[in-house]
Design a protein around this ligand. Structure first.
Ligand code: 13P
Length: 287
């Protein structure tokens, strides 16, 4: 059931669990994430970066694919199609394509410009019934060619952006996209605590959810994180399983080269990763 992310996140914040944003990359990804969410009776947010949207042929292709799968697969759990780290222009493209949720990442603008652009997009999104995420304090690592430094957000700036009426707020607390370096200092719970105190009931978003130790994720959820984003971990488990299949020479046996067979172990691996994440986040049975 395609919906905005507003209600599922309000429920998660009140219930002290988090909804998983699982980023999608193709048809196989989308199908297995939807199937897993349905089997576990969990809400889910399908994250689509601008790069992934382009790769899949455009945001309209993505939106129509998700809507058609939602219908054909009889998905009844809440599902949101969400632009991940959107530019100003990307937000408008996704609104036009029919996404149910957008993220405007204005974290690289001076705070006044971030506020001005976020204010406009909140107005447009809410008029159309979409949810909107904003960001303060860059998330570290690389995503679609943009390198963030992993800085901690200023709690006062978080309050300023939260007061604009966004539905969820991504605030940097030392988290990084992609693999965490060996000398990573961990999440700054002190910063998270201050942000939560300033922003109250606002659902907070933890980006870079791959590779954060489980105990840290759980603690972040107790401090107001209601959405955790996961991309890299699904990519790694998919790639490892397909590699194993090929290295075992299975693609050379019979019709093992059939893409439906070749990619099947990867799809099964994504399912396992998503299941583990939903269990960790506490969203199982919350649809
Ligand atoms: P990872 O790729 O580190 O899981 O981060 C995903 C994310 O935060 C998407 O915005």
């Amino acid at each position: 059931m395609l919906v905005s992310a507003t209600e599922m996140l309000k429920k998660a914040k009140a219930g002290h669990y988090a909804v998983g944003q699982i980023n999608i990359n193709n048809l196989e990804w989308t199908k297995i994430v939807l199937q897993t969410a349905q089997e576990l009776n969990s809400p889910v947010i399908l994250g689509v970066s601008e790069g992934a949207g382009k790769y899949m042929g455009g945001f309209k292709v993505v939106q129509d694919m998700v809507a058609a799968l939602d219908e054909e697969m009889g998905i009844t759990v809440p599902v949101a199609t969400h632009l991940d780290h959107g530019t100003y222009e990307g937000c408008y493209k996704c609104i036009k394509a029919g996404f149910t949720s957008i993220m405007f990442d204005g974290s690289h603008y001076p705070i006044d410009e971030n506020i001005a652009k976020t204010t406009e997009l909140v107005h447009v999104a809410h008029q159309l019934g979409l949810s909107i995420e904003a960001e303060v304090g860059a998330i570290g690592g690389e995503e679609d060619g943009v390198i963030g430094r992993g800085e901690c957000a200023d709690p006062d700036e978080c309050k300023q952006i939260a007061d604009l009426g966004v539905d969820m707020l991504a605030a940097g607390i030392g988290n990084i996209h992609g693999k965490y370096p060996a000398d990573w200092e961990g999440l700054s719970f002190e910063t998270l605590d201050k942000i939560q105190q300033k922003t109250g009931i606002m659902p907070l978003v933890l980006h870079g959810g791959s590779g954060i130790p489980d105990e840290m994720v759980k603690k972040a959820i107790t401090l107001g994180v209601s959405k955790v984003n996961v991309n890299t971990e699904c990519q790694l488990s998919f790639a490892a399983a397909v590699r194993k299949y090929i290295e075992a020479g299975k693609d050379l046996e019979g019709k093992g080269f059939d893409p439906r067979k070749l990619l099947a172990p990867g799809v099964e691996a994504i399912k396992q990763t998503v299941k583990e994440k939903f269990e960790l986040f506490g969203s199982v049975g919350q649809a």
